[in-house]
Ligand binder design. Structure first.
Ligand code: ADP
Ligand code: MG
Length: 261
């Protein structure tokens, strides 16, 4: 075979194997090998490294899209000093993602503005960047999606969807009271993930008032809590809203400036 037909055949193999990134840089890399006197091994390694990097980038982009995390903030952006009721060491431990391996749940309980969502999303990013499948939803969105699926006869497929990710973040449980139907959907999601996949749930309701979210059905609330808490890490976050705090600090600075102090 001539050099040219070997080259054409190589391009054919690369297309068949979908080595698109490597194919794109092939002429450049061949030239580099010729002029830089690379060994065969070094040439092949650098070519495949380019493909591997592209595959990783594609996977990360796809996991990121699927996760739907609503903010780019990471755990490293969290100001632990401003929030002494959050055990920083425990958060760092969760960041190792060991908890995903034994389907431990994480509950963030506290009033609005104290950083529950930010921490949940930060754990979400850590998991996405480590290659786990993560999905973020609010309790209201989960309920709406399940309702729609039920109406369209797709109940089992929506349940499979929520069973899939290694980490399911359910934000804002308890902000709105749930209709019996919505509570049943959340209950089923929690039940089917029990001991199989982690849930990170945020809520403004103390555990004692969970009956209220579930349409005053203390049995459903108790059964759900049982499953959520059986293997779990719970953060009871206290204190005032981070935004209010920042707002107050700014207002105070303005007042001082006006007074010329
Ligand atoms: P919650 O979910 O508890 O209502 P959020 O996580 O939405 O609160 O926090 C409200 C806002 O304050 C967000 O913009 C968040 O990034 C910010 N915030 C809260 N706590 C902290 C913190 N300790 N360090 C940095 N930003 C914070
Ligand atoms: Mg929130």
């Amino acid at each position: 075979m001539s050099e040219a037909s070997i080259y054409q055949s190589l391009r054919g193999h690369m297309a068949e194997l979908r080595l698109t990134a490597a194919a794109e840089v092939l002429p450049r890399e061949l030239e580099r090998a010729r002029t830089g006197d690379l060994s065969h091994v070094a040439f092949l390694e650098s070519l495949l490294a380019i493909e591997v990097e592209a595959v990783h980038a594609r996977r990360l982009a796809s996991l990121t899209r699927f996760a739907g995390l609503p903010s780019p903030l990471h755990i490293s952006d969290f100001d632990f000093e401003a929030q002494p009721s959050v055990d920083a060491k425990l958060v760092r431990e969760l960041e190792t993602l060991q908890f995903l391996e034994d389907a431990t749940n994480v509950l963030m309980i506290g009033p609005p503005g104290v950083g529950k969502t930010m921490l949940a999303i930060g754990l979400g990013w850590a998991a996405v960047e480590a290659g786990y499948r993560v999905h973020y939803t609010t309790a209201a969105e989960l309920a709406a999606r399940c309702r729609k699926a039920a109406l369209e006869g797709r109940w089992s497929s929506v349940m499979r969807f929520y069973a899939g990710p290694s980490l399911l973040i359910v934000d804002e449980v308890g902000y709105l009271p749930m209709a019996a139907e919505a509570a049943a959907a959340l209950f089923q999601v929690v039940t089917q993930r029990y001991l199989k996949g982690s849930i990170c749930l945020t809520t403004n309701l103390g555990i004692a008032s969970w009956g209220k979210v579930f349409n005053d059905d203390p049995m459903v609330a108790a059964a759900m809590l049982d499953r959520l808490l059986h293997r779990s890490v719970v953060f009871n976050i206290e204190g005032e809203s981070y935004r209010m705090r920042a707002h107050r600090a700014r207002a105070e600075a303005t007042r001082r400036a006006v007074r010329g102090q």
